[in-house]
Design a binder for this molecule. Sequence first.
Ligand code: NAD
Length: 363
Amino acid sequence: MIGSFVYEQLPGRIIFGPGTLRELQEEAARLGAARALVVSTPGHRQFAEEAARLLGARAGGIYAQAVMHVPVETSRAACNEARRLGADCVVAIGGGSTIGLAKAIALETALPILAVPTTYSGSEMTPIYGLTEGGRKRTGRDLRVLPKTVIYDPVLTLDLPPHVTGPSGMNAIAHCVEGLYSQQANPMTSLMAAEGIRALSKSLVTCVHDPQDLTARTEALYGAWVAGAVLGTVRTALHHKLCHVLGGSFNLPHAETHTIILPHVVAYNAAAAPDAMRAIAAALPIRDPAGVPGALYDLAVSLGARVALRDIGLSESDLDRAADIACASLYPNPRPVERPAMRELLDQAFRGVRPAHGPWCPL
Ligand code: NAD
């Protein structure tokens, strides 16, 4: 049954397909760019150089200093470089860290962003930015940081290593899962979320075991696009909050934290979100919606991803503080967030326990 809903569609132009990076100059021209600043991480400067080559006379310079979580110092230095060069556009080529730096520049300068994502994080489809100052990451929403154009070229993901591919794909699946039980969920975002889970769960195992398989890479990047579109449109819940706490306060790696936490949050929320569980089960696909948390855990294992917080740098002595921070503020979630249950959830994720097939789940 369709109820009442509000769906706020975001603007943006999407160019999708193998080889589409060659359209970069034409797309930059559409944005009126004559002096684009190309940003990347130091490790993938070759991406930025290739982008600058394709931009030709429309390239203003390269800033290859993007790092995880966008420190304000990096953002300030990048803005100064953009001003010094007289840049009129930012071309971001890389993962969420690179796109995050482009967003920080756009927030300060209002320059348009043309994004070329090379992971599955989905940041390119959202108006969400993050900046880290004094060890604290603050996030916000601002339409200025939403890329005007996104070029999805799966060829750029062929060299994404398996240990990045698996968690990055699980990060995208997490956007879809929380989209399905979000307070802002609506028929359009739910369709996209189910399609994202279907495409990603079907293609990721091949991407990990045969990274050069362009068909699987194309389907995974397509799934990442719709997952990002969901994240950009609806507000998320406990899962994203918890990952934000763990990443920001304990410096845990972003995509791996999502991979580990997701099955446990889904187990926590399952009984309060039965329609979402049915949609996820159909998309994975598995027969029994009560088996969704275990199936997500099994998917992570089959991708070779780590499944225990203790294996990615969290200490057992951090669990109490993590539970405290996660419960310190109120946010929407299908099931109320209570401290004892949260502490138990974190303990299970710390030890990497496979979530049980919940007999308590009224499905
Ligand atoms: P990332 O950008 O740090 O990239 C992960 C790793 O993959 C890095 O080592 C990078 O060098 C490597 N890499 C990237 N592309 C590659 C390629 N094509 N081939 C080989 N290696 C490649 O990680 P991420 O998970 O994409 O992004 C994480 C960041 O993005 C976090 O800071 C997170 O908060 C942010 N994020 C923001 C949003 C949003 O909506 N604002 C959404 C998702 C993630």
